[in-house]
Ligand binder design. Structure first.
Ligand code: NMX
Ligand code: MLT
Length: 453
């Protein structure tokens, strides 16, 4: 057995088909640990950047100060271990029968910086699938939650309930060496990867009055299993889109949700509660709540202007919102300074999977029309806005809505992906023995005194 506390963890499902994720992470640790030591000895006091007043006043924008092992983020889009999403799309093995990126393959890559073989992807998927179960008392707890609580609140509560099953926590309290804690966090990470789609699926089933009996099939991948849980087993386009979306949103550096998890996890909070924190971060309308807000905004536009408004009509409608001081969801980005590269992949999916339903077709062409025209208005009206382009949230939720996923489940849908992706950072934080986050804080008076000195 790998990574068990007192033999309590699952046996890994190698099936003789290749390395397990534990083997692959373990193989990478010596070289990364050596690099960490080099940085912290030879270059410990070397400056990399000046800190300006703007960095401090402006939510740490532009400050390169959080170590992120799995990706580099910049103005033009994310690179995971040096590779763009487009490059990874070409490189990573696909799930049999799928044309889209595989979340399992991408996750493996995030954890290990190596492209998995198809056999490794199968083994990894089986490993996660085998962990997709909920203890009976957790099921009872979940069933006892009233349905008038938001799905994300139910998921957050369930995750905090599940913290009692954290193998990482058990390892810490049993005095396991710091050097070995990554194994237990990886145990939890794999449990969470199986459990979070299950929890979200149950929240959906409960809200919709569907049977909650569906479980994971070991021969299906995560996306297909999730679709089964929410009764969309036969909607192949939905399954394909889930694969793509989950790959695109696993990680985007220290975004609010990820940074929240990074901060909390840095104090060794166990993975379940850490992930709940990330979902809390996602509830902000400037961050992931923008996904649902964008769908609702576009539905309002459609009911006011119809499916094919002119540019003038769009300008008048959106202009009025701006006059009222509203934020237009789905436009702008705190980091990107070009159109969100994820949009290109989302749009390509739409082009290659056109809907035969005329209502869906007209809603999605309205979004395209909005995405083409709103930036011109934002350029004109919101002078300080650094990036008037649509971001991924202008489209991702709209496509899911068109597939019949109601807006109230969108945050949870994306939480599955962000939770799984972030855990690849969490385990590296433990493997490299990185410190708890604790920056210094200062008042505006102190800031002024510093610059006037
Ligand atoms: N609608 C109206 N005003 C905006 C928008 C927008 N979509 N985006 C930025 N602004 C305003 C912003 O409020 C700020 O105003 P002020 O100077 O009065 O404070 C000004 O433009 C400059 O903002 P930026 O520096 O360009 O953007 P910032 O880094 O502060 O914020 C976001 C980035 C993403 C928070 C902001 O663009 C926004 O609120 N967008 C809408 C919500 C959204 O779509 N969020 C999803 C984020 C991306 N994602 O992929 O998850
Ligand atoms: C994300 O993927 O969470 C967004 O692009 C937000 C961000 O990067 O800040």
């Amino acid at each position: 057995m790998n990574g068990t506390v007192n033999g309590s963890a699952h046996e890994n499902h190698t099936n003789g088909t290749g390395r397990t994720i534990f083997d692959a992470v373990s193989a990478r640790i010596p070289s990364r640990a050596a690099l960490a030591v080099k940085l912290m000895t030879k270059y410990r006091d070397s400056p990399i950047q000046e800190v300006t007043v703007e960095n401090v006043m402006n939510g740490m924008r532009g400050l390169q100060c959080i170590l992120w092992e799995i990706s580099e983020t910049g103005a033009t889009g994310i690179r995971h271990h040096g590779k763009s999403l487009q490059e990874l799309e070409a490189l990573l093995p696909k799930w049999p029968g799928s044309t889209q990126m595989s979340p399992e393959a991408m996750l493996w890559y995030l954890y290990t910086a190596t492209v998995p073989t198809p056999a490794e992807v199968q083994t990894f998927a089986a490993e996660i699938s085998a962990r997709a179960e909920l203890p009976l008392e957790a099921q009872t707890f979940f069933d006892s939650l009233p349905t008038n609580i938001l799905p994300e609140a139910q998921v957050i509560m369930m995750l905090t309930f599940l913290s009692q099953y954290s193998k990482f926590n058990t390892a810490v309290s049993s005095g396991v060496s710091k050097d070995e804690l990554w194994r237990y966090s990886l145990e939890d990470a794999l449990d969470v990867a199986g459990r979070i789609p299950l929890i979200v699926g149950r929240a959906y089933a409960k809200g919709k009055g569907l049977s909650t009996k569906a479980g994971f099939s070991p021969s299906s991948d995560l996306a297909h299993n999730f679709a089964r849980l929410i009764g969309k087993d036969s909607d192949l386009d939905f399954i394909e889109f889930t694969r793509l979306c989950w790959c695109l949103y696993l990680d985007h550096g220290s975004s609010v949700s990820s940074h929240a998890m990074r901060l909390v996890g840095s104090a060794w909070s166990e993975p379940y509660t850490t992930i709940a924190t990330g979902i809390v971060g996602g509830t902000g309308p400037l961050h992931a709540k923008a996904i649902a807000d964008s769908v609702n905004f576009n539905l309002d536009v459609m009911s006011s202007l119809g499916a094919a408004p002119t540019k003038d009509e769009i300008f008048t409608y959106v202009g009025n919102c701006l006059t009222q001081g509203q934020i237009i969801p789905g436009y702008g980005h705190a980091l990107l300074r070009v159109p969100d590269p994820r949009l290109e992949l989302l749009r390509r999916f739409l082009d290659t999977h056109p809907s035969s339903d005329p209502k869906v077709h007209s809603f999605l062409s309205l979004i395209r029309n909005m995405n083409d025209n709103v930036p011109d208005l934002l350029r004109e009206r919101v002078r300080g806005m650094k990036n008037p382009h649509p971001n991924g949230d202008a489209l991702n939720g709209c496509i899911l809505h068109a597939y019949g996923l109601p807006t109230e489940y969108l945050l949870c849908f994306f939480a599955c992906s962000r939770a799984m992706g972030f855990m690849s950072q969490y385990i590296w934080d433990r493997a490299l023995g990185l410190s708890m986050e604790r920056p210094l804080s200062l008042t505006m008076d102190e800031l002024l005194a510093k610059v006037q000195k």
